[in-house]
Design a protein around this ligand. Structure first.
Ligand SMILES: *Cc1c(COP(=O)(O)O)cnc(C)c1O
Length: 411
């Protein structure tokens, strides 16, 4: 595997043309699209349109004439097409945390005779905190227990109301088997709430055919919706008449403009819309999703796996003995769209890479994460990234020999 080989892979890449859809700063190799996706030309157009024409010229008429009122459902259906959800089950609203809270509270109300929520001890903090906060508010009725997805059957019992789990682990990049785990959860009589923050737009997600109950996720990572872009929630059609959001809002109402005396949730997932949505954020997101039009998700997955294979192979060939310990599973079926390594100087390593134009990120205590985003990343980019990684690691080794032998490093 050399630079020429990477160039040939780029020349044969059917997704290579998508890079033009993005406004990436020149000279930067961006390996952090799993944390904040880049600006796309269509996202800029979406925001410009809402700002200049719809709001600037249309004023309040935007709510009706520019389709602002239906935007949470319209954009939700669009996201649904990327996560295996038929129309009428996804709405865009709030951030992921609030959506997890609404969905988890609704799920607990559906299982009043059960009292435990299962979550991984090392899942993303907000997911764990939402569960812990709900347990505290329940004054002892609900308890949180930890489980390991590899031994989920051993953790489920007749008290389990709900299992919250991230499809892709944000630190290791491990992909969990949605279909099998959801079936096991259902066999125990519990509900499954999946967090798709690190999987939507990165790995195939089949919510409907996996029989998932509830799901939430953010849109500013692989979906490129922009910093703090609104999140979404999925409520399976078969549950829609049973589940209720704990936040009743006028816009989630079946008939908001009747301004009536009592609450009646709207159809489908509409009851999970809270108050007035942030239209500028929604418009940017809707524009960003335009860049996904025509993307073959199977090709996307294949390229993501190929990029990861290339990254791992190049690091192992070119940076041997440099103290990197691969944290991401080698088995492609168990991998999301990032590769992580442990390194004793992980934080400094990432800082040095950023100085050299390669943006990855550090997660405590010692993890370097590199997101792989097939729409705007090529194989030669990966080659350059590893080349710079190699020079950073070489400079660390030179520093160590300096301190141990007290001989000045040669340039
Ligand atoms: C990024 C991420 C979130 C983000 O939550 P916000 O409320 O949007 O800040 C939640 N869960 C997981 C697993 C994530 O990776």
């Amino acid at each position: 595997m050399d630079q020429e080989h990477c160039r040939r892979l780029d020349a044969a890449d059917p997704l290579a043309g998508w890079r033009d859809a993005f406004e990436l700063p020149p000279g930067v190799i961006y390996l952090d699209g799993n944390s904040l996706g880049p600006l796309s030309k269509s996202a800029r157009r979406g925001l410009d349109l809402a700002l200049e024409q719809q709001w600037g010229q249309g004023l309040i008429l935007g709510w009706t004439e520019s389709g602002w009122l239906e935007a949470p459902q319209r954009v939700g259906d669009r996201i649904g097409s990327l996560i295996g959800a038929a129309p009428g089950q996804v709405v865009v609203s709030d951030n992921t945390t609030v959506n997890l809270y609404k969905l988890a509270a609704a799920a607990l109300a559906l299982r009043p005779d059960r009292c435990t929520v299962l979550i991984q001890a090392d899942d993303f903090p907000t997911d764990r905190f939402v569960a812990a906060g709900l347990a505290e508010r329940s004054r002892g009725r609900v308890q949180v227990r930890h489980f390991k997805p590899d031994d989920i059957a051993g953790s489920l019992d007749a008290t389990t109301a709900l299992v919250i789990l991230s499809q892709v682990d944000y630190r290791t990049g491990r992909l969990h088997e949605m279909r099998r785990l959801t079936r096991t959860i259902h066999e125990a009589g519990a509900l499954a709430l999946w967090d798709l923050s690190h999987s939507a737009g990165a790995v195939p997600v089949e919510l409907d055919t996996c029989d998932v109950d509830l799901a939430a996720g953010c849109t500013y990572k692989f979906l490129n919706g922009g910093p703090g872009s609104p999140a979404y929630c999925y409520v399976a059609r078969r549950l829609q008449t049973q589940v209720r959001s704990p936040i009743w809002s006028w816009l989630g109402h079946a008939e908001p403009f009747v301004f009536g005396p009592s609450y009646e949730p709207g159809p489908g997932p509409k009851g999970f819309i809270t108050g007035t949505p942030g239209i500028l954020g929604l418009a940017t997101l809707e524009g960003a999703l335009e860049a996904w039009r025509g993307v073959d998700l199977a090709l996307l997955r294949q390229k993501s796996l190929d990029l990861a294979e290339t990254l791992i192979a190049l690091v192992e060939a070119r940076c041997p003995g440099a103290g990197l310990e691969l944290l991401t599973p080698r088995e492609p079926d168990l991998r999301g769209s990032q590769v992580s390594w442990r390194h004793p100087q992980a934080q400094q390593l990432i800082a040095e890479l950023i100085r050299r134009g390669v943006i990855g990120d550090f997660r405590p205590p010692d993890i370097c994460r590199f997101g792989l985003t097939p729409l705007y990343l090529g194989f030669e980019d990966v080659w350059h990234a590893v080349d710079r990684l190699r020079s950073v690691l070489a400079s660390f080794a030179a520093d160590v020999s300096t301190t141990t032998t007290a001989v000045p490093a040669t340039p």
